[in-house]
Design a binder for this molecule. Structure first.
Ligand SMILES: Cc1cc2nc3c(=O)[nH]c(=O)nc-3n(C[C@H](O)[C@H](O)[C@H](O)COP(=O)(O)OP(=O)(O)OC[C@H]3O[C@@H](n4cnc5c(N)ncnc54)[C@H](O)[C@@H]3O)c2cc1C
Length: 469
């Protein structure tokens, strides 16, 4: 039987980075992957495919250039679904290879099959070959799967979850999406950018509540303009699939409203991949509803040599946090001394059209914490670089505390928001003030100027005009 210093279960962002880091530090490492490919949801069904489809939608719709030189390039109606999917498939294939090569270069042994715990150090692998391997330490990085409520008749043709939507064979003329969370909003704007009529349904009266709601109001205005009908405080009662496949789906909402649409996407909630592991029998705590694993701040479960990282432990369930959780777990297991915890200020990127990115506290948070705070705002359209890019909408908002002018939150909507945010993360982390931002030198013309103008706006607000308490 092969024996390892570390066995990692799963090759998604969390598992890959954990395995490679331990191997880099000279330990004997194995990964077990049940899929025939590498990279998990990060590469195959989640992060990268949806981001590529967004870029593709922008490319085909000509939205990046809309308004530039007075030309509005209209969406080519001839764009075929295979054209649309082509780049996504290429990126998946290319990143799949990158993950595989990364594991091989670092001499990580790869096993294919379903991993199940026999005891705290032995894993049974059910693949083409049945095998048992031994590990002094084990990291569970098995990710999550989209929830599929029983009452929804998923057929993977017209009624989809966020995995199967990537295999559609035609563009829907209209689509109903349940769940206006990050995934639902991203797909809503990808489809609307491609000219699809979108109904986005949300159970509550607010969406994306972890983001500053002023930014969300701007977002809502823009997506409405782009053909997304957001239906708040609603959920679905039933879906009828017609016998004739050309006929629309008949969707009844709990309010009695009826929607006739081509396609349906359920994008509300994911559960941890824990069933096959049978790890509860060892004393590892698994949440019954969410199927997620409970860990401490070192990502250690109740069984000391078993760790869990990434989506399988639940919130925030992002690729960036998953990767670093994997690296942090390895630091603790082998005492590598390089990374004791993941960053305290996490950037959240929402790859909608328009993009949103956020770090630190929102205005709502500041109010809840009863901070004496103020804001400063700058708009893409007022920046020289913004004009060159043809950016009509878009805004950066700084939130700072009045007494010290320290920046506590940065919120961006519009072009390059997910790139621009990292400067903001640095400002929040190092407790920089408005004056620090004003004294910084940026390239000109760049969108980073947004920071400087928002800082000046903040100082103006602070000087007495619009103080917020
Ligand atoms: C539509 C969508 C968009 C997203 N967009 C973003 C984004 O823009 N930015 C971002 O940061 N995050 C995004 N995410 C989230 C991101 O994809 C996940 O947080 C990330 O993939 C989690 O990584 P992981 O390694 O924990 O799990 P996964 O990537 O899910 O990998 C888990 C791996 O474990 C394997 N496995 C499971 N069970 C077993 C078993 N018993 N034996 C062997 N192998 C097993 C699976 O086959 C899989 O390969 C998105 C997710 C979705 C669904």
């Amino acid at each position: 039987m092969d024996a390892y210093d570390l066995i990692v279960i799963g090759t998604g962002p969390a598992g890959e980075k954990a395995a490679v880091k331990a191997a880099y530090f000279g330990y004997r490492v194995a990964v077990i992957e049940k899929a025939p490919h590498y990279g998990g949801a990060g590469v195959h069904t989640g992060t990268l495919p949806s981001k590529t489809l967004k870029e593709t939608a922008l490319y085909y719709s000509g939205k990046y250039e809309k308004g530039l030189y007075g030309i509005d390039r209209e969406l080519s109606k001839e764009t075929s679904i295979s054209d649309f999917m082509h780049r996504k498939d290429y990126i998946i294939q290319s990143e799949n290879e990158s993950v595989r090569n990364n594991l091989l270069i670092h001499k990580v042994d790869i096993y294919h099959g379903i991993a199940t715990f026999m005891d705290a150090t032995h894993i049974h692998i059910r693949g083409l070959k049945e095998q048992i391997i031994e590990g002094k330490n084990i990291i569970i990085a098995t990710g999550s799967y989209p929830s599929r409520p029983k009452e929804i008749p998923f057929d993977n043709k017209r009624i989809h979850d966020s995995d199967t939507i990537l295999d559609i064979k035609h563009f829907p003329k209209s689509i109903c999406i349940i769940g206006a969370g990050v995934i639902g909003c991203e797909y809503a704007t990808i489809f609307s950018t491609m000219g699809t009529k979108v109904f986005l349904i949300n159970r509550n009266d607010k969406i994306l509540t972890f983001i500053d709601q002023e930014i969300i109001q701007i977002f809502l205005k823009q997506i409405k303009r782009d053909g997304v009908d957001l239906l708040l405080n609603k959920s679905i009662k039933s879906i009828e699939v017609p016998r004739v496949k050309e006929d629309p789906l008949h969707i009844e909402l709990d309010t009695g409203e009826i929607l006739h649409v081509d396609m349906f996407l359920f994008a509300a909630g994911r559960n941890g991949n824990t069933k096959e592991l049978q790890v509860e029998k060892l004393g590892v705590e698994v949440d019954e509803k969410r199927e997620t694993i409970k860990v401490n701040e070192r990502y250690q479960t109740a069984v000391p040599n078993i760790y869990a990282v990434g989506d399988v432990i639940g919130f925030p369930a992002l690729a960036n946090t998953s990767m670093d959780q994997g690296r942090v777990a390895v630091s603790h297991i082998f005492n590598t001394g390089d990374l004791e915890q993941i960053a305290q200020v996490i950037p959240y990127g929402i790859y909608t059209v328009p993009e949103i990115s956020t770090a630190g506290i929102s205005e709502e948070d500041a109010q809840k914490q009863k901070l004496s705070y103020n804001v400063g705002i700058a708009r893409h359209a007022d920046m020289a670089r913004g004009k060159i890019m043809g950016a009509k909408d878009g805004m950066l908002k700084l939130i700072f505390t009045n007494e010290d002018r320290v920046i506590r939150g940065v919120h961006i909507i519009g072009h390059l928001a997910t790139e621009l945010i990292h400067h903001g993360v640095g400002l929040i982390e190092s407790k920089r003030t408005l004056n620090d931002v004003i004294s910084k030198m940026y390239n000109f013309p760049t969108l980073h100027d947004l920071y400087k103008y928002a800082a000046y706006d903040g100082l103006g607000n602070l000087s007495g005009h619009k103080i917020k308490k």
